[in-house]
Design a binder for this molecule. Structure first.
Ligand code: ATP
Length: 324
């Protein structure tokens, strides 16, 4: 096989708690991550030369070495130099649907797709945990994006514990202003400045706190497939710094909360995307329409999607084509 097409889903956070500092400068987190149907398509072709090339239809996405998908391919080339020289380089086309810098792990899921795709392209036969280990080198959200579904994530987000059986679909509405970006480092730094006095300091208490999430109310609601209860228990510590600084995000949050048919609403990751859980697909469409009428600004993007039970998927195994 000389080319693959992969589907790379976005994620939302059903829970994001900052519980402490880490010696590596990151935070100790407790999160519940959830894959959603909104996804990018990643097409990979083997090249006859040892190059890595990126193409993307979105003007805000870099096509140089700063693209996380490029770094994923480079990591594979470094880790598997023999396969790289046998099979050649790779041409990567990213068809972007996921809003950029949105708290939806767009770059991370692209990198995850490149790891999965190159494993296939080069016949490496890596296990999921080997792929996740490689993913953790690239970014905290990459390991989750590989298997996807619903998972508890601890550490800096790379230690995963899948929540099974799979969650029945929740109906999701997403809202993001195209031109509004929130810097993830800014959000965490500001949180540290304002709230680090509440951080847990000793490692035993941190481990106990991270472990306690397994018996938390939201995890129970997920295991019981109780959409209304999940929606009531949504939580994101970063709202404490992002909502006061970004009134547009707060406005979306309040507008969602006021809609009939909305079970709950929350910001995803470090924002600025806000999502709502609706009672049904019809209600989700009605919420989207109503928010669009309340804010007719073209800069506001709205999506209706649902939660899904998988991460990276192979969409098609192609035709033996080699690009030069
Ligand atoms: P996370 O939820 O993991 O914090 P995010 O959804 O907030 O991620 P991304 O969409 O990954 O953010 O984009 C963050 C920055 O990374 C953007 O400003 C963009 O320039 C850069 N970037 C690098 N590679 C990619 C990629 N493949 N897709 C999107 N953005 C990328």
């Amino acid at each position: 096989m000389r080319s693959y097409s992969l589907i790379a889903p976005a994620k939302i956070n059903l829970d994001l708690e900052i519980i402490g500092d880490r010696p590596d400068g990151y935070h100790e987190l407790v999160m519940i991550l959830q894959s959603i149907g909104l996804a990018d398509q990643i097409d990979l072709y083997s090249l006859s030369t040892e190059n890595i090339r990126i193409h993307c239809n979105h003007p805000q996405v870099p096509t140089d070495k700063s693209n996380l998908a490029y770094r994923a391919a480079e990591l594979m080339a470094t880790k598997f130099p023999e396969a790289f020289s046998n099979y050649g380089g790779v041409d990567i086309t990213i068809k972007k649907q996921i809003p950029v810098a949105a708290g939806l792990a767009g770059g991370s899921t692209n990198a995850a797709a490149v790891l999965v795709g190159i494993d296939l392209l080069w016949n490496l036969g890596l296990t999921q945990s080997e792929l996740e280990e490689l993913g953790a080198i690239l970014g905290s959200d990459v390991p989750f994006c590989i298997a996807g579904g619903t998972a508890i994530a601890t550490g800096r987000g790379e230690k995963l514990s899948p929540l099974l059986p799979s969650l029945a679909p929740l109906h999701i509405v997403l809202a993001k202003y195209r031109s509004l970006e929130v810097s993830t480092p800014w959000a965490y730094k500001t949180y540290r400045q304002e709230f680090s006095s509440s951080y847990i300091r000793d490692s035993n208490s941190l481990a106990a706190r991270a472990n306690a999430v397994h018996s938390s109310a939201i995890v129970k609601a997920i295991l019981q497939q109780d959409a209304a209860e999940i929606a009531q228990k949504l939580h994101n510590d970063l709202e404490r710094v992002v909502l006061p600084a970004y009134p547009q995000v707060l406005q979306l949050r309040e507008l969602f909360a006021a809609q009939p048919g909305v079970l709950g609403t929350m910001m995803s990751g470090s924002g600025p995307t806000v999502f709502a859980i609706a009672k049904s697909p019809e209600q989700a469409e009605a919420v989207k329409l109503s928010v669009r009428q309340a804010i007719p600004d073209e800069d506001l993007e709205l999506f209706v999607t649902q939660t899904i039970t998988h991460g990276i998927q192979v969409a098609s195994t192609p035709k033996g084509e080699i690009k030069n």
